[in-house]
Design a protein around this ligand. Sequence first.
Ligand SMILES: Cc1ncc(COP(=O)(O)O)c(C=O)c1O
Length: 388
Amino acid sequence: MNTYGRQPVTFVKGKGVWLWDDQGNKYLDALSGVAVNGLGHAHPKLVEAISAQAAKLIHVSNIYQIAEQARLAAKLAEISAMDKVFFCNSGCEANEAAIKLARLYGHNKGIESPEIIVMEKAFHGRTMATLSATGNRKAQAGFEPLVSGFIRVPFDDLEAVRQVASRNQNVVAILVEPVQGEGGVNVPHDVKAYLEGLREICDSHGWLLMLDEVQSGIGRTGTWFAFQHTSIIPDVMTLAKGLGSGVPIGACLAKGDAAEVFTYGKHGSTFGGNPLASVAGLTTLETIEQEKLRENAETVGNWICDQFRAEFANTPGVQKIRNAGLMIGIQLDRPCGDLVRRALQQKLLINVTADNVVRLLPSLVMTQDEAGQLVRILAPLIKDFLNE
Ligand SMILES: Cc1ncc(COP(=O)(O)O)c(C=O)c1O
């Protein structure tokens, strides 16, 4: 169906941050399948692990014990300090699970119409509940009636949340991206103060703090999860994208009381956490650890932003450069969607989100030399575009 505005290019192979099309042209990939291919393309450890697993067992069903899934759950619990994991196949499904969990948590407390606080400019997915939680009217248009039970407040505004708390008895949870991705790479002005403030409000009202780390998780911001730049631990966290390095897998993690909310029969997924996807997840996490890719994400991400800040010091059309590790946004003073096409002509893959933000989500294996090539292609493209 016509759901995508596809670029006129077909890729046939990849290696690290590089892709080749069916004409033999080579491209620098600064998008990594929209924050998915954290290990880069065709990482030998991943290729070997999933090939071996495919030869043994791809799928059985969650009716049975799945040793690989249990190992991945244990690893995720270890690196996140969360207690339990539900596996699914994508980010919207992970958030669907979180939304259901929050509602059940509310019902268990005797709240018949539980409500969840969500943010302006949020993106949580395209299923009906996650679309309703998403703060983008364009994405929602035509799909009304939306799912009810969401209260929207501005992002990075603790006072707005406190005001809802003072007048609403039905709130059971806050769902928030620590760094908004699709909304324009919006980093809270003080991520520590913001998340710690939200944690405090949740604690004093018995609400669940639910973090959507689908885009910001799995090493991208320099820590395993963006919340680890702060002192808090959420009650619920959702993951997908980078978790399986391209093999579809999503996860909804929970801690404490939240981890006990789902009981037998309350949720499920045919494919969720099957042996193949679980091995992809495990190998991704092990490789990020072994190759120190979180550290690399932070160093190279900051280096790229420093380079762009220097390049654009006298370019008024560039309004802001924001990043959290390798989640990078360059905000221009005008819509700039055409830059995607122009970059492709220069054999560079980028993205534009929120109309006027050039978004870069390179793989975590990007070297400083490759990052330098990215800057040398993109900076003049943006300057030329602004000069027209
Ligand atoms: C923060 C966030 N949550 C959820 C999603 C939805 O994930 P999926 O497309 O895997 O359903 C996305 C996708 O861009 C995302 O960025």
